[in-house]
Design a protein. Structure first.
Ligand code: T5A
Length: 207
């Protein structure tokens, strides 16, 4: 039994991650590839509870260090109980956000030290890294308009435009640092065009 592939979707608010993870999940299922769809923060009972705490804009002010540690606490649970077992049994894992989001939001947005994030990444993940990351990128204003149509903003969505510009810049830097793994796709184009590009990007993994 060969190990499954680990594919993550990244990008700022409202760029279309949820729409496209669902598309890829169904695309792989149609090809009879065993696959699970999951998300971060979240993916296990405890990690989903941490997600609720992290996204609750009525919570007490969360210290930046606490936010970073809670993201990695949720990730540790997710890897141990969902991601690693699935990959080991040969399933593909499609994940809506993963550690690039920490580099973008806690690194770019909150200005936490990259070396601190790297240390936690190595501690929690060991050698686990995605086989492929699809980074959907759009001007902040477009993503926020799309996200705004869904209703009330959560704790992150309530941040300033400058915060999201910093998040976007940090994501683009991640794509520069990891050009083999991260495929950058412009998200302000027709969904059908985006999905055709995603199929093309996936095809080497399907061979
Ligand atoms: N976080 C997460 C951290 O700070 N650190 C971390 O380490 C991690 C893992 C999680 C929050 O946690 C933070 C970041 C986040 O703020 P989330 O729910 O995963 O939150 O992220 P959101 O960005 O809030 O997710 P959204 O659901 O808002 O955005 P999506 O998933 O990118 O967008 P989607 O697919 O829901 O689409 C939004 C709308 O746009 C439409 C869709 O139909 C939908 O209505 N749309 C398009 N419209 C026109 N053209 C297209 N091409 C379109 N694509 C989608």
């Amino acid at each position: 039994m060969s190990r499954g592939k680990f594919i993550t979707f990244e990008g700022g608010e409202g760029v279309g991650k949820t729409t496209n993870v669902t598309f890829v999940f169904e695309y792989l299922q149609a090809r009879k590839i065993p696959v699970i769809l999951t998300r971060e923060p979240g993916g296990t009972k405890l990690a989903e509870k941490l997600r609720t705490l992290l996204l609750d804009k009525k919570s007490e002010a969360i210290a930046e260090e606490a936010e970073l540690l809670l993201m990695f606490a949720a990730r540790a649970q997710h890897i141990k109980h969902v991601i690693e077992p699935a990959l080991a049994r040969g399933d593909w894992v499609i994940c809506d956000r993963f550690t690039d989001a920490t580099y973008a939001y806690q690194g770019g947005g909150r200005n936490m030290k990259i070396s601190t994030i790297e240390g936690l990444e190595n501690l929690v993940q060991g050698s686990l890294r995605p086989d492929l990351t699809i980074l959907l990128d759009a001007p902040v204003k477009i993503g926020m308009e799309r996200a705004g149509k869904r209703g009330e903003f959560d704790r992150f969505e309530s941040e300033t435009m400058q915060f999201f510009e910093n998040v976007r810049r940090a994501y683009l830097l991640q794509a520069e640092i990891h050009p083999q793994r991260i495929k950058l796709i412009k998200a302000n184009q027709q969904l059908t065009d985006i999905q055709q590009i995603i199929i093309n990007v996936l095809s080497p993994l399907l061979r």
